[in-house]
Design a protein around this ligand. Sequence first.
Ligand SMILES: [Zn+2]
Length: 228
Amino acid sequence: MQAAPGVYVIGAVASRAYLLGGVELTLIDAGGPGSAGRVLRAMARLEHRPQDLTRILLTHVDLDHVGGLGPLVEASGARVYAHPAAFERLAEGRVPRGDRGLSSAWALLRGLFVLPRRIEMQGEPLDDGAALPVLGGLRVVYTAGHSPDHVVYSLEQPRLIFAGDLLEARRGHLEACPGPGAAARQETVLALRRLASLDPLGILPGHGPAYRDNIALRLVRLAEILEE
Ligand SMILES: [Zn+2]
């Protein structure tokens, strides 16, 4: 499924991943364990070879977003881009299960899961505001709130936000997904206001459908609700 020119939605295991590009491909998030085959098959349908995947961007390190990372890096040789705190989590083997997406069956499988740190990978730490040469420009926006290692990716043309687990559309309404505690709520408020200032035309979350209705207004309203 195409969300915009050059932007493909991949139904990965337990979450959504997004494939971007033309000649070289960039993947945003790697899905839960068992997702690599789905990503590689989606690439094959677009007449791409595994090695055409040159970048894997992570929104954050939860198992439902990094479970497919190891096999995908092995198959493609792609470099992995993420917030420095995400690489710390990977290096320490601290891969939370994630609060949504993975059933308890996957939680049980977690013990069998080969952590990405055991895979040789080229890591590229991303700072807030970094720009990547993907589809005419993809910018990194640091958005702690769901988790301290969380970033979202802002495509400049068209203005789309790849929101990871910060936002989700439930029953037609865009909702924020802060982590536990007052500090996480406050970080989420800051993130929502920053994203509103980008005036996005679409939100592409890590779970569930895209959201395209009056986004800036809704983001400001969500920030106000969290501040009440
Ligand atoms: Zn998730």
